[in-house]
Write a protein that binds this ligand. Structure first.
Ligand SMILES: [Zn+2]
Length: 207
């Protein structure tokens, strides 16, 4: 596994890129929950003694494409409560958020692979390239030391690229000239084009 913070990076970066108009606070929270939910499978190991390699053990069924689809379908069913713009939009956001979890796990350097195709196949899969330091599972192990290299590795391979890309998308979409509907002709003319778009907005504000 990667750390719980890093799994949440994907929905947070997506939310940043898409903006609050498209991703409400509630939808963002649902995405964050979906991104960490697969690792609740450790509860089955802790309380029921399931072995790691069991279908319901760690990185098993909860890390499958099917689990992401079902969770996203449930969220889409509640799309109005999540203040989404459409059921399809909520499905897509939550599905990508949850599926990112096993995909990131597949890039880690330890543990067993991920049962991505469960129940069609129990095979545990890894990506051909594995460069994210695996995160320790137990609290004692966390404070024992290996958390620091895991976090540094995640910072380099996940946090920086994800938030860098999301920030660039956000800035780019903010700079893009927008159509100015229902404006008088002279203001529309001023509103066309990159820098003149700012002039158009300025003039509208002063009216
Ligand atoms: Zn996991």
């Amino acid at each position: 596994m990667t750390t719980v913070f890093t799994h949440a990076v994907v929905p947070l970066a997506l939310g940043l890129a898409l903006g609050p108009q498209r991703v409400s606070g509630r939808l963002l929270a649902a995405g964050v929950l979906a991104s960490v939910a697969p690792d609740f499978d450790v509860l089955g190991m802790h309380f029921f003694g399931l072995p790691y390699g069991h279908a319901l053990g760690h990185r098993g069924a909860s890390h499958s494409l099917l689990a992401a689809g079902l969770w996203a379908a449930l969220a889409a069913w509640c799309w109005r409560a999540l203040r989404g713009r459409s059921a399809a939009g909520v499905f897509g956001f939550v599905f990508v958020s949850m599926l990112s979890h096993p995909l990131l796990d597949m890039l880690t350097t330890g543990g067993m692979g991920v049962a991505l195709w469960w129940p069609a196949s129990d095979e545990r899969l890894f990506a051909p390239w594995r460069f994210i330091h695996v995160s320790p599972m137990g609290v004692r192990q966390v404070w024992g030391g290996p958390l620091v290299p895991a976090l540094l590795s995640e910072l380099r391979w996940v946090w920086l690229p994800a938030f860098g890309l999301a920030g660039a998308v956000r800035i780019w979409s903010g700079l893009r000239p927008r159509a100015l509907p229902h404006l008088p002709g002279h203001l529309e003319q001023a509103g066309h084009g990159g820098r003149t778009g700012g002039v158009g907005r300025l003039q509208r504000r002063h009216e």
